[in-house]
Design a protein around this ligand. Sequence first.
Ligand code: BDR
Ligand code: CA
Length: 305
Amino acid sequence: KLPLIIDCDPGVDDAVMLMMALASPALDVRAITTVAGNVPLHLTSRNARMMCDLMGRTDVSVHAGCPRPLVRTPVTAEEFHGESGIAGLDPFDPKTPLAPGHAVNVLIEQLRAAGPKGLSVVVTGPMTNLATAIVMAPDIAGNIDQLILMAGADTEGGNITPFSEFNVFADPHAAEIVLSADVSATILSLDATHQVRALPERVDVFRAMSGERAAILVKLLEAANALEQKWKGKSTPMHDPSTIAWLLAPELFDSKTVAVTVETNSGVRFGQTKVSRTAEGPHRWVTRADADGFFDLLKSLVEAA
Ligand code: BDR
Ligand code: CA
């Protein structure tokens, strides 16, 4: 089993991502850490705990992290995720407790305990927690096995501004710290995630399935689709779930080697990821995703859970 920490800001697509990760027998989710992003921190933390309850995983430790970005003013995305952050599900008070210990300390402690390349990290929200951990404890970079980020955009353009993707726009300074640290990341940007959309016929597959988890997934996808249709006129992209798909089935993706920097100066390109045109650099930028393969994987996880 691959040990990993998931740092997230649920978020409807983060919720689908958590369903996949918690359902997979190949992954050992050591902790879920939360950050302010799509909605404020108390809601992202509550939503992560709700997903643990719904997946029958009240044993997973959920630790709250940074309540705001490093430098910029906070920005949220209720228009795509609902006021609760988890559109489609009725909020409830989860049994999964909020674990003691700040997310940043948990990242540092668990990475140090894991040893060289001992623990993977998936980040599907603003990178505030991991950036803070790296600033406090630069030695942890060498202990990260796989670092998978849902972040940024290149050829596809932005989703929150013409140039910028939400997670990087919401904390560009944190993204710059993570992307310039001594660790290689695999980056699922909008270039890849916009290829993986919950088209109505794909949602129908889950509607035809029995079981509570399929029903939860349908509620999340329908709600996200309604909001994406309203604002963008399209079916919802599977941004954050693509990170887990990469871990479980990398053959579904094509990628290239790149260097990435982040625009941290104010202006129209604030929060833009700048991707090198030459194949040199520390990071892996995913360029193609097999959407049908992704939805087959999602189906197998929902069936197995
Ligand atoms: C990213 O922004 C958030 O709204 C989503 O949860 C995803 O992590 C997509 O740009
Ligand atoms: Ca997210």
